[in-house]
Design a protein around this ligand. Structure first.
Ligand SMILES: C[S@@+](CC[C@H](N)C(=O)[O-])C[C@H]1O[C@@H](n2cnc3c(N)ncnc32)[C@H](O)[C@@H]1O
Length: 288
């Protein structure tokens, strides 16, 4: 076990509290929700046999397991700041028998990686939460070998035709109107995580975060769909699962379902969303 230091205390608090426990309990839902980005992520990462892969902010480890399968006989290590998610990642990896995937609890910004120990670092939405992105990506660069690759996806600022913000905004308003508590103030941890989610939503911010440690930085838009559930009722169950103690009257639930009905397709309830696909190569002078 490696001793690791936490510097991102607000995120550690959030992802080890109700937010992280919710992600761990609903990990398959979140995998379904985010899974459409995997194709672009793994095509760009081009992981091959023998590669050593670091998965940054790996959550319950779905992308770590995919990376390990592609890298065999190499391996993939997922690092995450959330104990409930690392526990879940280990459970699922044992159940799915993926011996090449292992997990470490730690803050990637300060984790004492062995220098040059990885060929490629990937992340599906686990890189937005650093208080100091420049330091965090310098630490990732040190963990990579010379010319090691970095590939990640992160949310793009929604455009005027974004479905997701509109759908979730209307959902939240109907929920607040239709429940006695009105939902209350969001947990401060949730607020910190929600704000951080957009920290790399503009390309200039991505370049500013990476340029000291990475070269050949490319930032390309990829359009994906977010999967909320198999039907509007199922999607409402998922969206309400974050606050299971809240009592939602039947009429409100019906109103919530109607919010999502416009997005129901034969493949489930899906809203259009956009991510950035970011690729970069470790600079020769990084990590020295
Ligand atoms: C949006 S979730 C994505 C999880 C996972 N990559 C996936 O696709 O399911 C963000 C993840 O980043 C982790 N995280 C946030 N800050 C971190 C940090 N400083 N170091 C390591 N992990 C972090 C959270 O615990 C969470 O698991």
């Amino acid at each position: 076990m490696t001793l690791s230091v936490t510097v991102n205390h607000r995120q550690a608090h959030a992802w080890n509290g109700p937010l992280g426990r919710h992600w761990a309990a609903q990990d398959r839902r979140f995998d379904a929700m985010l899974g459409e980005a995997d194709e672009a992520l793994f095509a760009a990462a081009a992981i091959g046999p023998g590669d050593r892969v670091l998965d940054i902010g790996c959550g319950a480890g779905a992308t770590t397991r995919t990376a390990a399968r592609l890298a065999a006989p190499g391996h993939a290590v997922g690092v995450d700041i959330s104990a409930p998610l690392v526990d879940r990642a280990r459970e699922r990896t044992a159940a799915e028998r993926v011996p090449g995937a292992t997990f470490e609890l730690g803050d990637v910004q300060a984790y004492p990686f062995r220098p040059g120990g990885f060929d490629v670092a990937i992340s599906r939405g686990g890189v937005m939460f650093f208080e100091d992105h420049v330091t965090a990506f310098a630490n990732v660069a040190r963990a990579l070998r010379e010319r090691g690759r970095l590939v990640f996806v992160c949310p793009r600022r929604p455009g005027p035709d974004a479905e997701e913000g509109a759908a979730l905004g209307l959902f939240a308003r109907r929920l607040a109107k239709g429940t006695r508590s009105g939902g209350g103030d969001p947990d401060p941890g949730d607020r910190a995580a929600h704000t951080a989610m957009a920290s790399l939503s503009e390309p200039y911010r991505i370049h500013a975060a990476l340029h000291r440690s990475f070269a050949h930085i490319a930032v390309n838009p990829v359009d994906v769909h977010t999967h909320w559930g198999d039907s509007p009722a199922d999607a409402v169950d998922f969206l309400l699962s974050r606050a299971p103690e809240r009592s939602v009257p039947a009429a409100t639930r019906a109103a919530l379902e109607s919010t999502l009905r416009p997005y129901a397709t034969s493949r489930g309830v899906r809203t259009r969303a956009g991510v950035w696909l970011v690729t970069a190569v470790r600079r020769d002078d990084a990590g020295v």
